[in-house]
Design a protein around this ligand. Structure first.
Ligand code: EPZ
Length: 419
């Protein structure tokens, strides 16, 4: 298994492009199941999770053509297998996203129950309840969800708590249902809006994406399309913090500040200098004097849970005492004990952590436990004095495209060691 070795202290300088959003790519790939015409997706990030989703589509019978310009063409004329097997679903829970489209287009789906993961039990009851409300006959047994439906019917569905992939699964299913579906308390994430825009370009009739109420009028069929994936707001936020904690000065290109309005406001309160330069470019300067701030994670447009781990690192090397509260997942503090090994002064108190800023972190061997936790360890290693060796970096590869190459280009002393 690969490890990443970082010698901290370099101030990051230079320009890097932000990749396409993982959490927009995965539903977009699943949505291709809704048509038998060709779909071309561009600005696809090269990530382990994307490869897994492409593998999943391939074993359903999709014909895939990946082109060097970060694009992929999917031809689902030959879909002939409706089972998403345990070995793929267990490596990536977002595989559940094929359930809605497959049920809507083919009337059947057999999906391995996604297990829990490091950050929580991650139930999918809302996905199942929503599809049942639309008339699907769904049974659970020997680790599989088995769903059948002659044709899904429009329904009014209230989602509590807000669920991103639950909203996406039901949104996709509703596009081919008979009648109107209303999703209430729907997720408002930019990735949900991007999916809706792609579906509309395929002929779907959707209103209200980005708000808490999405209305979908089912149609008989959807046609092919060409769609470009939106930039990754979580990668953008990760690099903003990297620049801040290394007193750096970097330019991020191909990104979208509007998807990060609340976090950028918070980062500016900490003292990070963020200026928007032209369409899709952002300049980030860390000039010391960072002040830690309190954060509560919440569904979009609030502070994203996917930036919580990275925020702990920022607060750990900023002045003052702060509290970060995790309101989305029940076990998303696995990175805290690893950050403590690097000298961070963090104490877990229920679903909050109290952070006292320290003058410096000290490098040490640490272990990644989940995707965003591993990103926080990279950030801490960049700021720490001495060497940090991160193991189990396969977690990192799931969600960050070539992160060590991008950081190397910005002057970081970082290298991947392959065993
Ligand atoms: C999506 O996960 C993202 N993944 C996650 O990103 C992200 O952390 C999460 O949304 C929250 O923003 C993708 O988009 C592929 P949820 P998802 O359903 O959809 C509860 C990353 O690092 N819930 O919005 O699985 C659930 O337990 C990943 O890129 C139910 O109770 O999350 C949680 O407490 C990590 N029943 C809350 O809702 C359900 O049926 C939000 O979960 C579904 C969810």
């Amino acid at each position: 298994m690969d490890t990443i070795l970082i010698r901290g202290g370099a101030s990051l300088k230079g320009t890097i492009p932000i990749s396409g959003a993982k959490n927009a790519t995965l539903p977009a790939l699943a949505a291709t199941l809704l048509t038998s015409e060709k779909v071309h997706l561009s600005n696809i990030p090269h990530l382990a999770d994307v490869t897994t989703m492409l593998e999943l589509l391939g074993q359903h019978g999709a014909a895939l053509t990946v082109d060097e310009k970060l694009g992929v063409e999917i031809d689902n004329k030959g879909i002939n297998n409706f089972c998403a097997p345990y070995d793929l679903v267990s490596t990536m829970r977002a595989s559940i996203l094929v359930m809605g489209p497959m049920l809507a287009r083919y009337g059947q789906a057999e999906i391995s129950m996604p297990g829990g993961c490091a950050i929580g039990s991650r139930p999918v009851n809302l996905h199942i309840q929503g599809l049942r409300a639309m008339g699907a006959d769904i049974s659970l047994g020997d680790g599989y969800i088995r769903a059948k439906a002659k044709r899904l019917q429009g329904a009014k569905i209230y989602l509590e708590p807000v669920t991103v992939t639950g909203t996406e699964n039901l949104l996709m299913a509703a596009t081919l249902a008979d009648g109107v579906t209303i999703l209430e308390n729907a997720a408002r994430e930019p990735e949900v809006v991007d999916l809706a825009n792609m579906l509309i370009s395929m002929g779907a009739k959707i209103q209200g994406a980005g708000s808490s109420t999405i209305t979908i009028e089912g149609v008989e069929e959807l046609h092919g399309t060409k769609h470009s994936i939106i930039p990754d707001r979580i990668e953008t936020a990760t690099f903003i913090i990297a620049a801040a904690i290394t007193d750096g000065d970097i330019i991020l290109t191909n990104t979208q500040a509007e998807y990060l309005a609340v976090p950028i406001e918070n980062f500016r309160q900490v003292g990070i200098d963020i200026s928007l330069e032209g369409e899709g470019n952002m300049r980030v300067r860390g000039n010391g004097g960072l002040k830690a701030i309190d954060i509560q994670t919440s569904p979009y447009p609030g502070f994203p849970t996917d930036i919580q781990a990275q925020m702990l690192v920022l607060n750990s090397v900023s002045d003052g005492i702060s509290t970060v509260t995790e309101n989305i997942f029940e076990n998303r503090f696995m990175h805290v004990s690893e950050l403590q090994r690097l000298g961070a002064d963090i104490k877990i108190q229920g679903n909050s952590v109290r952070v006292r800023g320290v003058d410096k972190l000290i490098g040490a061997p640490v272990m990644a436990t989940d995707l965003r936790a591993s990103a926080s360890l990279v950030l801490a290693g960049l700021a720490a004095e001495g060497e940090t060796l991160i193991s189990r970096v396969y977690h990192l590869d799931r969600g960050y495209e070539r992160i060590e190459e991008k950081l190397l280009a910005l002057g970081a002393d970082i290298k991947r060691l392959s065993e």
